[in-house]
Design a protein around this ligand. Structure first.
Ligand SMILES: C[S@@+](CC[C@H](N)C(=O)[O-])C[C@H]1O[C@@H](n2cnc3c(N)ncnc32)[C@H](O)[C@@H]1O
Ligand code: SF4
Length: 433
């Protein structure tokens, strides 16, 4: 048995990611993974420090050392909390499902592994983005950053002024490092910003194709679906496998309202094009603005995919907005929670979606949130974004203010959405404005 397999089976502090995966965020900061504690970066700026210097540096080494000694590094506490409660952390899921890249591969404290290079990249190579989704952040979208620079009144919603981020893969030294790393990589996960329009990412795909490396790599891209068929999509077909996480936020008005200025009609056409070359997963970010559209999205997904083997090839997944705190669906008044819940249950009854699919897609989590009474006290200390917490009333006020402010700037109106959402908005507006 290899060392990593021994730790997987016998050491509950062990996680495979610090030994196999490089995670770099849009601003060039490096963290132990995408769910680890974001206040403690392994590097604040890999354009200065170098990707491999960090990978082989003291901070990574300490985490690996602690894990192999059976100690729990503080930055990974989020996963351990989940393990101690109901289970289902990324740590346990990814470690248990890990396959080593080749027969001589094993873990190592100094260099991560015997290759001395990560085999798995989870990179967000900058914040360039052509959209300005309402729940997203300027650090992930240059569109939102530009909007913030032009409209200082938006500062309170992000807690900072506008600033430049840039795209770290455009840095020639980092691209050279990418070329050194990529022959060892079998899993490449790319998001952003909008990866399908980032020049550094396109150069990366081209390098893999031109150097006959693409055929070894399982590629996973999260995209807003605005890029249509053409040369870039064609390159993607050269990879060993291709998984597309295709973000939509409704199948009608709520999508256009949230994912400004994209248009759902065009995006759904693109979805069909991507399905011809990739396995896909619709990825919907559940929030106040689209909660009433969830039942029709599930139904639409099912009707359009029931003829495929959708459990494996064309999935649907939901994630939740926790921050911004005023877009969290748990704010919805009880009578509307019940209505949406009933509608979701009717759809599930009609399409007979298995319990396993409900759990994996996180439809079960939506149901759980809608079935539970929740009043925010302002002391939700265990949640992400627990700093600067807001209580129920503060969240409602913020929801009204945010909606009015962004509607004015974008010349949109919440009144184009579901009348029940308009009712919630107008009721809170009267109460708190
Ligand atoms: C940041 S985007 C980057 C990739 C690409 N631009 C896209 O939209 O898919 C990745 C995912 O994060 C989701 N997202 C954006 N803001 C979020 C938030 N506040 N909370 C949770 N997920 C969010 C998006 O909807 C998208 O599915
Ligand atoms: S498309 Fe993606 S990165 Fe761009 S604003 Fe929307 S969620 Fe954020």
């Amino acid at each position: 048995m290899k060392k990593w397999q021994h730790h997987r089976d016998n050491n509950h502090a062990f996680c495979i990611l610090p030994f196999s995966q490089s995670h770099i965020n849009t601003d060039g900061s490096c963290h132990v993974c995408c769910v680890g504690d974001w206040d403690h970066a392994l590097s604040r700026d890999i354009t200065k420090e170098g990707i491999l210097n960090i990978w082989r540096g003291d901070k990574y080494k300490k985490i690996r050392q602690q894990m192999l000694a059976g100690e729990r590094p503080a930055v990974c506490q989020g996963c351990y909390n989940l393990d101690d409660a109901a289970g289902g952390s990324d740590r346990s899921l990814l470690t248990n499902n890990f396959h080593d890249p080749h027969k001589d591969w094993d873990i190592d404290i100094e260099a991560g592994n015997t290759d001395g290079i990560p085999s798995w990249l989870d990179w967000r190579p900058g914040n360039f983005c052509n959209l300005k989704c309402r729940m997203c952040f300027p650090s992930a979208s240059s569109g939102l950053m530009d909007e913030l620079i032009d409209n200082k009144e938006l500062n309170p919603y992000y807690g900072h002024d506008g600033y430049e981020i840039g795209n770290w893969l455009d840095n020639p030294d980092r691209f050279e490092e990418f070329k050194k790393i990529i022959p060892y990589v079998n899993k490449l996960k790319i998001a952003g910003g909008e990866p399908m329009f980032m020049q550094g990412v396109i150069n990366m795909f081209r390098y893999c194709v031109d150097n006959d490396i693409a055929k070894n790599i399982n590629l996973d891209i999260t995209t807003n679906g605005t890029r249509k068929q053409g040369k870039v999509l064609k390159m993607l077909t050269e990879f060993r496998s291709l998984w597309i996480n295709f973000s939509i936020d409704g199948i009608a008005d709520s999508h256009d309202y949230i994912r400004y200025p994209s248009k759902i009609k065009e995006i759904l056409k693109h979805y069909k094009e991507y399905q011809e070359i990739a396995k896909t997963s619709i990825l919907m970010t559940v929030q106040m603005y689209n909660i009433f559209e969830i039942p029709s999205v599930i139904e639409w997904w099912y009707e359009n995919n029931k003829h495929h083997n959708f459990e494996h090839y064309h999935k649907i997944n939901f994630n939740f907005v926790i921050v911004p705190k005023d877009l969290d669906i748990r704010l919805l008044p009880a009578k509307y929670k019940k209505q949406v819940l009933d509608e979701i249950n009717q759809v599930l009854e009609r399409i007979q979606l298995s319990e396993e699919m409900q759990r994996k897609s996180r439809i079960a989590d939506i149901i759980q949130r809608l079935s539970t009474e929740h009043v925010f006290t302002g002391d939700e200390s265990k949640e992400i974004g627990s700093k600067n917490n807001l209580n129920e009333i503060q969240r409602r006020k913020q929801f009204v203010k945010r909606t009015i402010q962004f509607d004015i700037i974008r010349n949109q109106s919440i009144r184009s959405l579901d009348p029940r959402l308009v009712d919630v908005f107008e009721t809170w507006e009267k109460q708190y404005a």
